[in-house]
Ligand binder design. Structure first.
Ligand code: GDP
Length: 196
């Protein structure tokens, strides 16, 4: 489990991010998917990442140092309809530069709202990751919001869509920041990867 988490720095340019001396996991997803809540839940710190009232507001690459051995990166949410085209392309460039150039990036954790049918924008994003050979895992959020059957149904649909694109199923975790579901599994997975 995570014992220590601290905010390090926010950047718009991947070149200014902390030296790539430790393994890194980056968290991304549609605005309002529950990313800040998940980061806070994983680190056991309710205030570490800002829970956004205004979706799409933070347009920065945020680095956190975890247990002095790995970096957790909070990336800005995508798919906020109200951002202008200009902001969108700036965002896209910042994120794609970061994801394609960050040498210590172990995997992108793509957050998916477990309440919804597969969303085009999420499928497009993981397709882009595949094309750019960026390893990713799926994290289904807000599992407490509906019945287990409903959650598992939506997860299955998304995995089937991913399978159509990639031929196999990505690693995935089902989580709730409300009741802590998936925390142990996800943190253990990351810690295992970090130790390799
Ligand atoms: P972000 O924009 O992706 O960082 O999303 P936030 O973490 O700010 O969450 C968006 C909204 O969803 C907030 O009102 C959260 O309280 C709520 N939320 C996030 N995760 C969960 C969850 O696991 N369960 C429930 N019930 N609500 C959640």
């Amino acid at each position: 489990m995570i014992k220590k988490a601290s905010f390090l720095i926010s950047n718009t340019d991947y070149k200014k991010c902390p030296p790539p001396t430790m393994p890194e996991f980056a968290f991304i997803g549609r605005s309002n998917v529950g990313k800040s809540s998940l980061v806070n839940m994983l680190t056991g710190n309710k205030n570490l990442a800002k829970i956004s009232g205004k979706p799409g507001k933070t347009q920065l690459i945020n680095h956190f140092l975890i247990d002095d051995i790995w970096y957790l990166v909070d990336l800005p949410g995508y798919g906020f309809a109200k951002v202008s085209k200009g902001i969108k392309s700036t965002w896209e460039k910042m994120i794609s530069d970061y994801l394609t150039n960050r040498e210590n990036l172990v995997a992108v954790c793509v957050l998916i709202d477990s309440r919804l049918d597969p969303q085009k924008i999420d499928l497009e994003f993981i397709t882009w990751c595949g094309e750019n050979e960026i390893p990713f895992i799926l994290i289904f959020t807000k599992s407490d919001k509906q019945s287990k059957t409903k959650t598992l149904g939506n997860v299955r649909k998304f995995l089937d869509s991913a399978k159509e694109i990639f031929g196999d199923e990505p690693d995935y975790f089902i989580t709730s920041s409300q009741n802590g579901e998936g925390k142990v599994e996800l943190v253990s997975f990351i810690e295992n990867e970090v130790q390799e």
